[in-house]
Structures are given as C-alpha cells and as structure tokens.
Design a protein around this ligand. Structure first.
Ligand SMILES: O=C(O)CCC(=O)C(=O)O
Ligand SMILES: [Fe+2]
Length: 204
C-alpha cells in the first residue's frame, strides 16, 4: 500500500487501500441501512452522521462502526495525524449517469484533509482551478482506492464527477486512451467538522 503523489499539488492516491472482501462487507453494511438525502444536494442518496437542515450542521451521532477499521488504517498508514481524526463520514451513491457538480468542500467548516474511499465502479474526478478554470487535472479513482485531498487541491480547486456513462482518460503511454464504463459507485468521504452546531454552507 503506497501513497502516490499525483500531478496536482497536495493530491495523493492510495490504490488498494482496502481488499475486495472489505469492499463487499462495506457495501453489505451500507446497503442494510436506510439511505437519506441530507447530504450534498446533487447526489440522490447519501448517508451522513451530521445533518444539514437550513444550513445548520448538527452532530447526529458517532461514525458507524463499520468505518472503524478504516479510521484505524488511516492512523496505521500515517495518512492522518491524531489531531486530524475525521469525525464525519458522508456516503454517496452514484448510479451510472449520476455525478457531482464542481465544488470545494467548505474551508470554514471542514479541516485541511478530505479523504474519499471509492467502492465498486471507477470514475474520473476533475479538478478545476477556482480562479483559472483552464487549469484542470483528471484523476482516475479506481475501486478500493483512497483519495487524499490536501493543500492546493483541497482549497484552490473545485472537484467534480461527470454524469458520463463512458469516460476516457490518457494512459500517458503513446497517447493511448483507456475507457471507463461507469456503473454503481459508492464513496465514503471522511472529513473533520471543525465546529459542529454552527450555521454553515456545506459546499461553496
Ligand atoms: O464521491 C466522491 O468521491 C466525492 C464526494 C464529494 O466530493 C463530497 O461529498 O463533497
Ligand atoms: Fe467534495
């Protein structure tokens, strides 16, 4: 398990952060719960241990137990320091044809590290510089990989996932393109809410 730097400052990826068995167990645990729509508005289904109502963020409980091994691994693998320990997990589901609009996770609410674990389908995540939109990076998120968003990638860029069912990316070898056929993807995004119970806007 190796943390690899991407071309974008502060953005890292760890492939095979979890095993296939762990992925299946997570999906089983997630699917046995009731989904709600209180998370970021542009995905249809989400689960979150914080509730956002009228721009108010409220702690509605601890992280689900099925995420405990993931947090433990973040520490073991030195992905995070103790003071960065995530206290929030949002689980988003994307069926083929669904994506997420460009946004920056609000800097006033969330801490400096955003961690996103991908399950099931691969997809591309696009990073677009907020003040120079022509500066873009496309990052492949394979299933079971962990994306680590810090520094410039976390604060200066918007990230988004397209609704495209077929996506293409450059393999960087002889201009060769590789295809991704999107199917159901579930992601677990871990963040640190700095100051729960405050009036906030979740994404800017
Ligand atoms: O699905 C993902 O990997 C990212 C989700 C996301 O950007 C968010 O919930 O703010
Ligand atoms: Fe986000």
């Amino acid at each position: 398990m190796q943390k690899k730097a991407t071309a974008l400052e502060g953005l890292y990826i760890v492939e095979d952060f979890i095993t296939e068995t762990e992925e299946q167990e997570l999906i089983r645990a997630i699917d046995s719960r009731i989904w709600c729509g209180n998370g970021v508005a542009c995905v249809e289904k989400s689960f979150c241990n914080f509730q956002v109502i009228h721009r108010n963020i409220t702690d509605i409980g601890p992280l689900p137990t099925f995420t405990e091994f993931i947090i433990k691994r973040f520490k073991q693998q030195k992905i995070i320091d103790f003071e960065d320990e995530p206290n929030m997990c949002i689980i988003n589901e994307y069926e083929a044809g669904q994506g997420i609009m460009p946004h920056t996770d609000a800097a006033t609410i969330f801490g400096p590290i955003i961690l996103s674990l991908s399950l099931l389908s691969s997809c591309l995540m696009k990073f677009t510089h907020s003040s120079n939109p022509e500066t873009q990076f496309l990052i492949v998120l394979p299933p079971r990989s962990l994306l680590i968003m810090t520094k410039s990638s976390r604060y200066d860029y918007k990230h988004s996932i397209s609704k495209d069912i077929i996506e293409w990316f450059d393999r960087g070898e002889n201009g060769e393109k590789q295809e991704i056929i999107r199917s159901r993807r579930v992601s677990l995004t871990f963040r640190t809410v700095r100051n729960p119970e405050v009036d906030v806007v979740i994404n800017s």
